[in-house]
Ligand binder design. Structure first.
Ligand SMILES: Nc1ncnc2c1ncn2[C@@H]1O[C@H](COP(=O)(O)OP(=O)(O)OP(=O)(O)O)[C@@H](O)[C@H]1O
Length: 898
């Protein structure tokens, strides 16, 4: 008796803890779902601005947009209730689980319901007043008057509510019976811990419905969590078929299998093959592909990779293992929210990548376009000059060509002329013409015949020899202009490359069109006709072959190849000159259009750098931090390690499966700081792990304070910074190795296109073995994203930082100053700087050339390195590769000496 009382009390306690913890888990899930929804709304707002302002091209905009189905999924999480869907091998398994879960005997168990009874689908939900109803797909309600009347306190569901009446015994038609069978029993009663956020849904038993139909009906308007109770010693064939079907219909849906001890009254005989039921069931579930020998811990480390695989789990002895049940629910809900936030996070990452690419493109465009235009000018001029020179110098050649063509074809043409038929002419018996008009006609037919063939011969000669333009010479200019033109929005404009094409055409005209009806061709004929006009006839000749031959050879002999050649060249010259003027004016127009376009590109570039990149980086900081928060919770803050200008650094024992971390807690006071932090975070997390750069583990935004939101950046922990280390002095050899580490780290960052912009003692951290890593990438940016802001720590700032146009060599300058400290083996300010009364005085002196003084301990090699690094002229500063080489020489020498 006492034992029983104790068990009941224990059960009550367990149950109340379970319900409290479950409520907490669901509350947390709902809170994060709402954050994610808000983040989606804010992201949408930013994306609308990006679209409205044409910051990205329409196809790029559509690539970052979150799809309709993803959007529906994200919005469904905070708005739809969770549904704990209870499946089992038997009805008893479901009833036992639900009753245990609710800690009351709501569903009738073995003594009341028979094994063969058809049990309907049941929904249990919280409501302040108890009631029950039968629903079809939630839209159609079959009311049976006494259901509500009989409900009373609703501590037990009557048998006839849950059992579908036998078809044979029922008075209903077959259709009505089907409706009656698929109807869902909805039980509403006060169940505070379920609240509005959780419902329990019990799958039907012994119904004829297909698994697919059951899944679609039961998951309607809820976020499902599938639970499968195994209440028999093993899975039977029909269970396996059902589970296989489930797996094929909903492959991404994980299931929590809960094995409970068999109820003796419903026990089925199981084959004993020497395995415990737990092992047998586990093996069966592995065979089905639901479970794997891979531990769940392994799965947890990479939740995205395993989103659809091996998320199912099994709990043995389910009723005594509610903490495991809760743990599964928490993991499952985490996966849902992580999936949602990952969708947004990926879109943010893609958007920032596109910004980065477009920043590169814009910077390149701004740099290259003016160069291309002047290149086009220069090349066209060269082309024009050489064409003119060529046509002038070709006159003799052309003359020779014409003469050669005439000589080559003279015999053939006169022979052909002899046998030429002259149609439409009536001749006398003596072969003479009857009228002067006929004689003229005969002459013109022969002339025409000769002219056409002669022209063909000349044209062939010219075209094969006037290969005056080299393809690559023209090709380069064409490509250059094509690139310029591609940037043009207005395609209907007459382009400079069309003008270029014209100039090439005219130069090649001889080659291209002489054989056909070109102007040049006509000109040749006209020219020749003019030359033959002088031909006169003394008496009326016989129109015989002799006559035809004499006309033909007369023509060919009288041809003035010099005049013809001159005429060809003048024509070519005129054409080239005209094309050139045309080209020049079109290129001018193109230049104007480009200069307007570049102005707006510069504006766009500024907007991308200064407004949109920080904005999306901030969204990304939120999405990534939220994901980390869901996955790993808030890190535990240990003792303070150090303080910077913007945040406090604390120890943190472990977080996200990493031991020995620090968390840098920053409370950005305004939007500018938020943006800086977001950018720092964005660039830092993109940097692949490198031994010389401090590793960022993750970030979390702590939303638990009402008036401020600290951002926690969690990083690997090192032992101290270089400032502290130098204060305590270090051997020379170690200091040189530290300098080498810093150079290596900087070279790595520069190789990624990044500029650190804040190299100083406190941003170099040392590990236990005094190896250095660069940290604090707050100002670190890709070179193309830098808008010339004045950032850094005064004494390390290069004078060119004040010109708003600077590059990665500002890091080389800062390294020079850092190296001065390293060589001085201390932290005392250089005397030359110490005398400056303010930051402004210091900067103005540095601009005038003031640098740290040489200390007596400095070797010549070291002094040379630092002085070269801090050269006023950025282009005179050495490459870091050179610095590394010099430092390595010093280091090796030191080793030998030691
Ligand atoms: N990963 C870390 N491991 C150990 N100590 C660290 C780590 N990060 C920072 N610290 C300590 O915390 C101090 C403060 O670091 P923080 O990056 O906030 O600022 P800072 O670089 O000193 O200055 P600022 O904020 O002006 O850039 C550092 O000087 C260093 O001593």
């Amino acid at each position: 008796m006492t034992d029983k009382v104790q068990t009941v009390t224990q059960n009550n306690m367990n149950s109340s803890l379970l319900t409290q913890d479950l409520a907490k888990i669901i509350k947390r899930y709902k809170k994060y779902s709402l954050y994610i929804k808000r983040l989606l709304e804010e992201t949408d707002k930013s994306y609308s601005e990006i679209i409205d302002r044409h910051i990205l091209t329409p196809d790029k905009c559509s690539s970052i947009k979150i799809s309709k189905s993803d959007r529906q999924y994200i919005n469904s999480l905070p708005s739809l209730p969770l549904g704990l869907i209870v499946c089992s091998q038997t009805y008893y398994g479901k009833a036992r689980f639900v009753n245990e879960f609710l800690n009351e005997s709501l569903l009738p168990e073995s003594s009341i319901v028979n094994k063969t009874d058809v049990v309907r689908m049941i929904r249990i939900m919280h409501h302040s007043t108890p009631s029950a109803s039968l629903n079809i797909s939630g839209s159609f309600e079959l009311l049976e008057t006494d259901y509500d009347q009989r409900s009373l306190s609703w501590s037990n569901a009557p048998r006839d509510y849950i059992i579908v009446k036998d078809e044979k015994k029922s008075t209903l038609s077959s259709d009505e019976h089907d409706h009656e069978e698929t109807a869902l029993l909805e039980i509403r009663k006060p169940l505070e811990f379920l609240g509005n956020n959780l419902q329990i849904l019990i799958t039907p038993t012994n119904q004829k419905l297909h698994v697919k139909q059951i899944i679609s009906q039961i998951t309607e308007n809820i976020i499902p969590i599938f639970i499968y109770i195994i209440d028999q010693g093993k899975l039977f064939d029909h269970d396996i078929v059902e589970l296989e079907l489930f797996h094929s219909i909903a492959p991404d849906q994980p299931i929590l299998f809960i094995r409970i001890d068999q109820d003796s009254s419903t026990k089925e005989p199981t084959s004993n093959i020497g395995e415990t039921p737990c092992v047998q069931v586990f093996r069966q579930l592995c065979d089905l592909g639901f479970l794997s020998l891979l531990t769940t811990e392994n799965c947890e480390q990479t939740p995205e990779v395993n989103l659809s695989k091996f998320q199912s789990d099994m709990i043995d002895n389910g009723f005594n293992n509610f903490p495991l049940f809760l743990n599964y629910i928490k993991k499952h809900l985490n996966r849902l929210t992580i999936r949602a936030v990952s969708i947004i996070q990926r879109s943010h990452e893609l958007c920032l990548d596109l910004f980065n690419d477009s920043a590169f493109d814009m910077a390149r465009d701004i740099l290259i376009t003016p160069k291309r235009i002047s290149y086009a000018h220069e090349k066209e001029r060269e082309l024009y000059d050489s064409l003119i020179a060529l046509t002038n110098s070709k006159q003799n050649e052309i003359q020779k060509l014409i003469l050669q063509a005439v000589n080559d074809s003279q015999e053939r043409l006169t022979d052909q002329a002899c046998s030429l038929e002259i149609p439409g002419i009536e001749l006398t018996d003596q072969l003479t013409v009857k009228t002067a008009r006929d004689l003229k006609k005969c002459t013109s037919v022969i002339q025409e015949f000769i002219l056409v063939r002669l022209n063909k011969a000349i044209a062939d000669k010219l075209s094969s020899s006037v290969n005056i333009l080299h393809q690559d010479y023209v090709g380069t200019l064409t490509r250059c202009l094509k690139n310029l033109e591609n940037k043009e929005d207005d395609e209907t404009n007459v382009s400079a490359s069309k003008a270029l094409h014209e100039i090439i055409q005219s130069a090649y005209q001889v080659n291209i069109t002489l054989q056909t009806n070109s102007n040049l061709f006509k000109l040749l004929i006209d020219r020749m006709k003019e030359l033959f006009r002088t031909f006169s006839w003394s008496n009326c000749p016989r129109i015989d072959p002799e006559f035809k031959r004499s006309i033909a050879s007369n023509m060919l002999n009288n041809l003035s190849e010099a005049k013809l050649a001159k005429s060809v060249c003048t024509q070519l010259n005129d054409r080239i000159r005209m094309s050139h003027y045309n080209f020049e004016s079109l290129l001018k127009q193109l230049e104007h259009r480009h200069s307007d376009r570049l102005k707006s590109t510069e504006d766009k570039q500024q907007r991308v750098r200064k407004d949109f990149t920080p904005k999306i980086a901030r969204h990304l900081l939120e999405s990534t931090s939220l994901k980390d928060l869901i996955q790993y919770d808030l890190p535990k803050q240990g003792r303070e390690v150090g303080r910077g200008q913007y945040g406090v650094v604390y120890e943190c024992e472990s977080w996200a499966n990493q031991r020995s971390c620090v968390l840098k807690s920053v409370i950005p006071p305004d939007d500018r700081h938020w943006n800086d932090l977001a950018l720092e975070f964005h660039y830092l997390r993109r940097i692949p792990d490198h031994p010389r750069v401090v590793k960022l583990i993750g970030s979390v935004i702590d939303y638990s304070y009402p008036d401020h939101t600290p951002v926690l950046l969690i990083m690997e922990r090192l032992s101290r910074d270089l400032h502290i280390a130098l204060k305590n002095k270090l051997p020379f050899q170690i200091r040189i190795r530290i300098a080498l580490d810093v150079v290596e780290g900087l070279r790595y960052l520069h190789g990624l296109g990044l500029v650190h912009r804040d190299i100083k003692l406190k941003n170099v951290l040392l590990d236990e073995a005094n190896h250095a890593r660069i940290t604090d990438l707050g100002f670190c940016k890709p070179e193309v994203m830098m808008s010339g802001s004045l950032v850094g720590t005064p004494i390390h700032m290069a004078p060119d930082l004040f010109t708003s146009k600077y590059d990665h060599t500002v890091d080389v300058y800062a390294f020079g100053i850092l190296f001065w400290y390293i060589c001085s083996n201390g932290v005392k300010l250089p005397n030359n700087f110490d005398v400056c009364t303010s930051k402004d005085v210091l900067w103005s002196k540095v601009k005038q050339g003031l640098r740290p003084e040489r200390l007596s301990v400095f070797t010549d090699e070291c002094w040379e390195i630092m002085t070269k690094c801090w050269d006023t002229q950025p282009s005179n500063r050495p490459y870091l590769g050179e610095v590394q080489e010099k430092l390595e020489q010093i280091f090796s020498k030191e080793i030998i000496n030691v």
